[in-house]
Design a protein around this ligand. Structure first.
Ligand SMILES: NC(=O)c1ccc[n+]([C@@H]2O[C@H](COP(=O)([O-])OP(=O)(O)OC[C@H]3O[C@@H](n4cnc5c(N)ncnc54)[C@H](OP(=O)(O)O)[C@@H]3O)[C@@H](O)[C@H]2O)c1
Length: 340
């Protein structure tokens, strides 16, 4: 990307997705370069992170305290790895690398009030790792497993187990000595999480029998810790298989993001009472002050070869719409990142 060029490319929201997003919901456009105002800086965006959760803000009237609803025809908000290319802002220097909540675009202008996490001056790992295993999704696995606190006596079940968060969550539980079982969308992903990520077993989320039966077969001693990325019917099935005093960590509910109507709640919530379960949700970006600690812990596991960083890496801004839609079709193995 030539920063002196008079235009740059961005992916805009062409129409509001109906259900799961498809490529045609987005369009790549050329936007005009504009000069900086005092107090602003411009970034060259090096990588775009694809995160299923951003689907939530694509619906009409979806705005909340985290983000406003995404406007039609405007660049889609996401997470990017960016380098400061030009600065009229006293706190941002040219050359600094940032993980920032900027749009899917080749360059961004900020006044510093966006959600921004600074990256170390020297990157020890590939830059894309700072959006995946060392970024929001890897840290979500780390914070979530800190809450769930798996140990050698536990059977840990993870949903969307081969995705960005799930692929790291399962490895962390295994490193803590637990037996790990993943829920996945396909046989191919099941074999991959077992052979590549060290999961002990897998269950298909829409296999032949019921999901509850599938979990019972894969977890004959019951589930002590469920790390949930999916919600809905998957959460309901897991609750039925929990052991007494089990823990459920609620990381996300991707099954609901593209749903036409809110997902019905689990019909078996009384099991939570009977089994004395603990359910806890968390938001990673609200633990911003602990990013360095989480990143350092994950980096040390990567360094020692105990943790793998599975990536689904694509090239060029034109790949972004398909890459996002693929998350909802379950086509990604590991963290999806697009290099610009
Ligand atoms: N709490 C936080 O702060 C935080 C931060 C980051 C992410 N998250 C959450 O973590 C979860 C995973 O996000 P990610 O970005 O890492 O995505 P991801 O797991 O890489 O991709 C999404 C995966 O979910 C599964 N999936 C997609 N649509 C589904 C559906 N309708 N029903 C069931 N499963 C479906 C697919 O796997 P299979 O086809 O293999 O099942 C897909 O590969 C999301 O819920 C996200 O919101 C939470």
């Amino acid at each position: 990307m030539d920063l002196g060029a008079k235009s740059f490319r961005a992916v805009v929201l062409e129409r509001r997705p109906s259900g799961n997003p498809v490529e045609q919901d987005f369009r790549v456009v050329e936007l005009p370069w504009v000069p900086l105002q005092p107090g602003q800086f411009r970034t060259r965006n090096l990588y775009v992170s694809l995160d299923a959760g951003f689907r939530n803000w694509m619906n009409e009237g979806a705005g909340d305290a985290i983000l406003p609803a995404m406007p039609l025809g405007k660049p889609v908000m996401g997470l990017v790895l960016a380098e400061v290319a030009e600065s009229l802002h006293p706190e941002y220097r040219v050359g600094e690398r940032l993980m920032a909540r900027f749009a899917w675009e080749e360059q961004s202008i900020s006044n510093g009030t966006d959600f921004i996490a600074r990256l170390p001056g020297e990157l020890r790992f590939s830059p894309s790792a700072y959006l995946g295993v060392l970024g929001d999704t890897g840290m979500s696995a780390w914070f979530g497993m800190e809450i769930g606190s798996p140990g050698p006596a536990d059977t840990v079940l993870v949903s969307a187990a081969g995705g960005a968060v799930g692929s790291i969550a399962g490895q962390l539980a295994k490193l803590a000595g637990a037996r790990t079982v993943g829920i996945v969308g396909s046989e191919a992903k099941g074999h991959w999480i077992r052979e590549e990520l060290g999961y002990d077993g897998f269950v298909l989320r829409s296999g032949e029998g019921s999901l509850t039966d599938g979990i019972r077969v894969a977890c004959p001693e019951g589930v002590d810790l469920f790390f949930d990325n999916v919600g809905g019917a998957v959460l309901e099935a897991a609750i039925s298989c929990m052991n007494a005093r089990g823990r459920i960590v609620l990381c996300g509910a991707v099954a609901g993001y593209g749903a036409e109507a809110p997902l019905p709640g689990p019909s078996n919530l009384f099991d939570v009472v009977l089994k004395q379960l603990t359910l806890q949700g968390f938001m990673t970006h609200l633990r911003h002050e602990r990013y360095e600690e989480a990143r350092a812990a994950l980096a040390s596991l990567l360094d020692s070869g105990q943790l793998k960083n599975p990536e689904h890496l694509l090239e060029g801004i034109g790949a972004v719409p398909t890459a996002f839609a693929d998350l909802f079709a379950g086509r990604n193995f590991g963290k999806t990142v697009v290099r610009l």
